[in-house]
Write a protein that binds this ligand. Sequence first.
Ligand SMILES: [Zn+2]
Ligand SMILES: [Zn+2]
Length: 257
Amino acid sequence: MVRYAVLGSGSNGNCYVFSDGETSVLIDQGYSGVELQRRLVGIGLDISSVAGVCVTHLHPDHAKGLGVISRKLHVPIYLHTAMVEKEPVVFDKLGIPQECVALVRPLEKFPIGPFVLSCFETSHDSGGSVGWNVTYEGMNLMVLTDTGCYTQEQLLLAKSSNILFLEANYDEQMLYSGPYPYYLKQRISGLYGHLSNVQALQFLQESEFTGEHVYFIHLSGTNNTPSLLSDLAKVQMKTSFTVCEKGQCYGGNMEKS
Ligand SMILES: [Zn+2]
Ligand SMILES: [Zn+2]
């Protein structure tokens, strides 16, 4: 059985966990060591089970806890080679010990315990950004976050996913009538920004997703509301879904059918 959880998502911190109870894999680590531990204990997992961390990109809400966890646990931190090449200053500041840095390329498959991981490119204003695919006993779990647009490759991956963690960052109208300065509105809604509610639902439809469940993640606290997204999704979706409120924990488990 695989357990999975959104330990938290949104601008205050992002972290996802996949575990068989003994070995756990994290995707992103945007929390302090204490906060991560608290959130893991909250779903009955011990921090010592973490055997590796895969990173989507180096923005602080996804990466600020990488140094702490790598120094504490001495586990590999998997990064797309281009992340380190394109963001050398940000990367150095994280303080990940050299021996913990594990560089991988998109679509390269590698194991962490019973899990097989691979990343795919996303479109975001942080060099080398990627999403992740997690396979466990033939089940596929996909994390697609922080991307301004989506690709054919991502649509195909979603089609064969059982569980999908999908960004739905903003409502267009809320963003444009909201308090953010113009340049930031442009950035968020641009090709290197974030997926809107409408884009996320379009993605689901185009991908012909037939998996078990969708978690909508990385909602903006300023430019979106869970109820707005939920109302929209109810009308357009047949699959069961959860709208993840900013900072809150959600999860479940799945067995091979
Ligand atoms: Zn980002
Ligand atoms: Zn983010």
